[in-house]
Design a protein around this ligand. Structure first.
Ligand SMILES: NC(=O)c1ccc[n+]([C@@H]2O[C@H](COP(=O)([O-])OP(=O)(O)OC[C@H]3O[C@@H](n4cnc5c(N)ncnc54)[C@H](O)[C@@H]3O)[C@@H](O)[C@H]2O)c1
Length: 350
């Protein structure tokens, strides 16, 4: 594994830090010697994800809601880097309750962004989403080519990008949007109606229940191991403004794009491994890895159900822009990540 650049001795706010991605960020940033503040309202996240960090002298937990501007102001005070993860995920949740998803994902986002402007943070790095590509059929997905969003969730994530760009232009805040592609790994919750597919399938297989794939199993995704996402957040903070300006000019020229008029940093990059795995392949990887612990799991049959509203058939990222601008260099393929994730689930949830 290659040695990668790390953020040290910095004051970092992680919103959504009690969730899957946020708790992994808090843990890693503390290990690297940063001061970490976490803001979370524990709506989908869990205190237990942070229990092992609560007594750490450089860790502070604020239980609060990003929809409350005062809370955002207090949370950003003295902070250098904001890693904004707090949001309500899940396409089906956003179709069932678009109002709350919009309040949190857009209203809360603007609160955090404006509070970060006022606090003069060095950089505002935020969780964007591959759902922004919507119905555009091109593969691999390049950041500047997007289609129509297919769900309220996707709209909120795209609107966030627009706000970030506008705030960079209006207030000079440096922003980096990380379009995550189907992230998986330790601490991703298998519970609840809106659980992500990998932990849900793992638990079903452990219990010898048939995982139900929506559609015929040919739909494919660029499943991304959590450690690649942690690395993306690091490089998003670390790349210097001058390095970014020079690299983005070269990137735009190479792709025949209109040069960026903004003098301030405001970028969006894909965060993925750059591969593609269909759902049948995914379940087969899980079965093979779990069968090491319980051979009977290899006999569990897959079931197929109807396609889900708002789902696109295929998704795969180009990670060229992230590589060129930030030196993003993901180290874990889907196979490697799944092996580690399955071991974690077996030890922690069995
Ligand atoms: N997991 C993925 O595959 C994926 C893919 C694309 C984008 N994302 C984005 O990454 C981010 C993190 O996702 P995750 O998978 O860790 O989800 P998660 O649900 O585990 O974490 C989100 C956290 O935000 C907190 N939160 C929600 N509403 C809040 C509010 N109003 N105020 C304060 N905290 C609030 C939750 O309690 C939770 O701890 C989200 O912005 C999500 O949209 C995730």
């Amino acid at each position: 594994m290659k040695e990668q650049a790390i953020l040290k001795n910095s004051k970092v706010l992680v919103t959504g830090g009690a969730g899957f991605i946020g708790s992994n960020l808090c843990e890693q940033l503390l290990e690297q010697g940063n001061q970490v503040r976490c803001l979370d309202n524990l709506s989908t996240g869990m205190r237990s994800n942070l229990e092992h960090l609560m007594e750490h002298p450089s860790f502070q937990f604020i239980e609060g809601d990003i929809r409350d501007y005062k809370t955002c102001e207090q949370s950003t005070e003295g902070i250098e880097y904001v890693l904004h993860q707090a949001a309500l995920g899940s396409v089906p949740r956003s179709l069932k309750d678009p109002m709350t998803t919009t309040d949190v994902n857009i209203g809360g986002f603007v609160n955090m962004l404006f509070a970060s402007v006022q606090a003069k943070v060095k950089r505002f790095v935020y969780a964007a989403s591959s759902s922004t590509y919507g119905d555009h059929p091109d593969l691999p997905k390049q950041e500047h080519i997007i289609g129509n969003p297919l769900s309220p969730y996707a709209i909120t994530k795209y609107v966030d990008e627009l706000f970030a760009k506008n705030f960079s232009a209006s207030y000079g805040i440096e922003t980096v949007g990380l379009r995550y592609f189907n992230v998986f790994g330790r601490r991703q919750s298998p519970n609840g109606a809106y659980a992500a597919v990998i932990p849900k399938f793992v638990i079903q297989l452990i219990n010898h229940e048939s995982p139900v794939i929506n559609g015929d199993g040919s739909y494919s995704r660029d499943f991304t191991y959590i450690d690649n996402v942690l690395h993306a957040n690091q490089v998003a903070c670390l790349a210097s403004s001058d390095q970014l300006k020079a690299a983005r000019l070269e990137y735009y020229q190479q792709h025949g794009l209109k040069p960026e008029e903004l003098d301030v940093i405001s970028e969006v990059i894909n965060v993925a491994f750059g591969g593609r795995t269909n759902l049948v392949e995914l379940v087969n990887y899980l079965k093979t890895n779990l069968a090491k612990y319980d051979p009977e799991i290899s006999e569990v049959e897959i079931k197929f159900g109807p396609n889900r509203a708002g789902d696109i058939p295929h998704s795969q990222a180009s990670i060229e822009k992230g590589k060129m601008l930030f030196g993003y260099d993901p180290q874990y393929s889907v196979e490697e990540g799944l092996k580690i994730a399955v071991d974690w689930y077996w030890k922690n949830l069995k």
